[in-house]
Design a protein around this ligand. Sequence first.
Ligand SMILES: NC(=O)c1ccc[n+]([C@@H]2O[C@H](COP(=O)([O-])OP(=O)(O)OC[C@H]3O[C@@H](n4cnc5c(N)ncnc54)[C@H](O)[C@@H]3O)[C@@H](O)[C@H]2O)c1
Ligand SMILES: [Fe+2]
Length: 351
Amino acid sequence: MVDYVVYGRGCFDQLDEIIAPHRKNEAPMIFLLDHFFEHNKVMKSRIPLRDNDMLIVADVSHEPKTSYVDDIAEELKTKYGFVSGIIGIGGGSTMDLAKAVSIMMTNPGNAQDYQGWDLVTHPAVYKAGVPTLSGTGAEVSRTTVLTGPTRKLGMNSDFTPFDQIVLDPALTQNAPKNQRFYTGMDCFIHCVESLEGTYINEFSRSYGEKAQQLCEEVFLHKSDWTDESDEQLMMASYAGGMSIAYSQVGVAHAVSYGLGYLLGTKHGIGNCIVFNHLEEFYPTGVATFHKMVEKNNIHIPVGITGGLTDDQFDTMINVSLGMAPLWENALGKDWQSIMTRERLRALYKRL
Ligand SMILES: NC(=O)c1ccc[n+]([C@@H]2O[C@H](COP(=O)([O-])OP(=O)(O)OC[C@H]3O[C@@H](n4cnc5c(N)ncnc54)[C@H](O)[C@@H]3O)[C@@H](O)[C@H]2O)c1
Ligand SMILES: [Fe+2]
């Protein structure tokens, strides 16, 4: 779990004070800033750069690749040898990048070597996360999702969670409506997949139910988007992440990973594209999702797999079926006989 959490409108301004005790001798703090804020002078002026600290603009035009993690870690090791910490400020992609880079500062080899479960052996350098979009739960999770040469899979480990997170709902307030919806739906889908999964337990249920209620409050029951909506969605993201920390995601994520790997479809929108067609697995959740799409007037793309070759479908199927824990959570121990390659191919074709 994350060791320290600060929450509140404007709390981003406490960052300097929060990280001060973690500065080690001459070693710099490295700030990874989402490229969305690259030209935002106000945001940049609030980043507490001191001495030889470094600001790196994180290019998140694509979701993080293992090679990008290795490049940043290599650059930092060459330039500084050791750093005091990595502070990620941005959406889920920047959160994941910060977590992965901090792991690669202390673990040998390449990021791709750690894609899987419990492969990281050395504690990472100090890492803090400041989310600017709400929904992924990346701020609390024990994974960092990376696309490597052969698969899209997280570094799931006890060393992956942040040491500190700074949850300031004001940082999310200018997110465009579509992006906010797609990332928010990631949270809603986490809840449905966790609550409907076979791994469910009271820990996960307690957080999952709360997160789902908050998502429905902001996307279904409120007439306008307000400051309170940003606050509620930020806490939904946190609780949704806590819910899956002790359970797993399910069908939408397993299928969406295949789309992400082959087509580069982004996580939030990819989950929406898949979830749109999952009535047979999650009837109530999908019905609510359809209402939220309509109420918020969001376009969910269809027909994105039209024209793909058999080989391409096979690639997506392989990536997806490689996510055994997700399928087992969704469908039980017999999942392989339930989700056959043919059934999954038919599902991909419907997207
Ligand atoms: N580690 C985990 O547990 C976990 C869970 C779910 C998803 N993820 C990962 O999170 C990523 C998706 O994250 P996301 O949905 O937050 O999107 P994102 O981080 O990919 O960002 C989407 C876009 O929004 C921009 N952006 C960021 N903050 C903004 C703001 N305040 N206003 C306007 N634009 C802003 C970014 O620059 C980017 O262009 C994927 O890489 C996915 O794999 C990780
Ligand atoms: Fe997700």
